[in-house]
Design a protein around this ligand. Structure first.
Ligand SMILES: [Mg+2]
Length: 389
């Protein structure tokens, strides 16, 4: 089963502001901004507006549309809620993108007697619980199920019966197949190949000869063959780091230097995995092994300095005894995926995103110690921590 949320960003915006219902809506930013359309409603599509199109062009096509800046935090939260409902319903659920999922129903014949009614019940449950519309396709493999969904956007949810995959795909345009972009579509058209059936009818060897491995896969796909497995999605719950001092320390400045280092590592880890967090837990263990923790919240972030400020605040609140400190740790939870893109940030925030990108790039190329904070180095120069990872 392949599920795709209908005009996902717009649907979420309409949940938050019902007055948008029935109106042409374009998510991406103001019409005079440089960005592109991230999502648009059916009412805007009628005028020719499409995702990925410059906002200015969208404005020319549909000036009376409501233009909204994207709120990726909300989209990621709703995406997570859909994923949770699906994971409860089926044994294997893959999250293919922010608004697209695969469920593996093979081997479920005991639990699911009638797949079609099971799927439509699941859809009713999601639509009823979250009030977000979706379309699904049901087929023997991922490729055909996905095409069934995109055809179903116009015709309603579809099931492609086993053994009819090739016939089902044949009349559709070649660009429906994954891997066929503008260039290849033009080349194929020049050879008189327009629909998927034209590829399926060709000799596979000849096609492989023309396009190599890509060509072979494309020919298999055109014949309705796809053996890509469904990869179960496991949500990462938390990310953390801690350090034990080589010698127990009393000096707050040394401890704060270590926190600078830890929060930078945790934030770097978040950015690499493309996550954001809003909850930080700080842990401190005294030399006598008494351990205290403190949790603090902020708006979703993946930036060192925001996490550092939270950690520093927690430290100041819980560091109350005049006893040496053995260990400090920082972990973050309440993670959501980060779907945002650089051009969507404005002003200072854009500069910060650029700064952290550059830092990450330097560290990737020259090692994690290539860029660090003065306070981290200062702690080391004092000879205190010789922090162990
Ligand atoms: Mg969608």
């Amino acid at each position: 089963m392949h599920l795709d949320m209908d005009t996902f960003f717009v649907s979420v915006e309409r949940l938050l502001d019902p007055s948008l219902t029935g109106r042409p809506v374009i998510v991406g930013g103001a019409p005079y901004q440089r960005g592109v359309v991230a999502g648009c409603s059916r009412e805007a599509r009628v005028f020719g507006v499409r995702s990925g199109m410059p906002l200015r062009r969208a404005y020319e096509l549909c000036p009376r549309a409501v233009f909204i800046p994207p709120n990726y935090i909300h989209y990621a939260e709703y995406s997570e809620r859909v994923a949770e409902l699906l994971a409860e319903a089926a044994p294997v659920c893959e999250k293919a993108s922010v608004d697209e999922f695969y469920l593996d129903l093979s081997g479920c014949s005991r639990a699911i007697a009638d797949e079609e009614s099971w799927c439509s019940r699941l859809k009713r449950e999601i639509v009823g619980t979250l009030r977000l519309p979706l379309t699904y396709g049901l087929a023997r493999n991922k490729l055909v199920a996905k095409v069934a969904t995109s055809v179903g956007k116009r015709l309603g949810d579809l099931r492609v019966p086993d053994g009819t995959e090739r016939a089902f795909l044949a009349p559709h345009a070649v660009r429906v197949l994954p891997g066929v972009g503008d260039v290849m579509e033009r080349e194929l058209t020049a050879m008189g190949i327009r629909c998927i059936g034209d590829i399926a009818r060709m000799n596979r060897r000849l096609f492989t000869h023309m396009y190599g491995v890509v060509g072979r896969t494309l020919h298999e796909h055109a014949c309705g063959v796809d053996e890509t497995p469904i990869v179960p999605y496991r949500r990462r719950k938390s990310v953390g780091a801690e350090c034990t001092f080589a010698e127990d320390v009393l000096e707050p400045r040394t401890i704060l230097g270590a926190l600078r280092d830890l929060t930078a590592r945790v934030a770097g880890d978040l950015r690499r995995r493309r996550f954001l967090t809003r909850t930080l837990t700080f842990k401190l263990r005294y030399a006598d092994f008494v351990t205290v923790t403190k949790t603090a919240h902020c708006d979703y972030t993946g930036m060192d300095h925001v996490l550092y400020r939270l950690a520093e605040r927690c430290f100041c609140e819980v560091y109350t005894r005049r006893v040496r400190v053995r260990l400090v740790g920082v972990s973050v939870s309440d993670l959501i995926e980060d779907y945002s893109q650089l051009p969507l940030f404005r002003g200072d925030e854009e500069r910060l995103v650029r700064l952290y990108r550059s830092i990450d790039e330097v560290r990737r190329r020259f090692g994690s110690g290539a860029v660090t904070y003065g306070s981290v180095l200062e702690g080391r120069r004092c000879g205190d921590p010789a922090v162990s990872p």
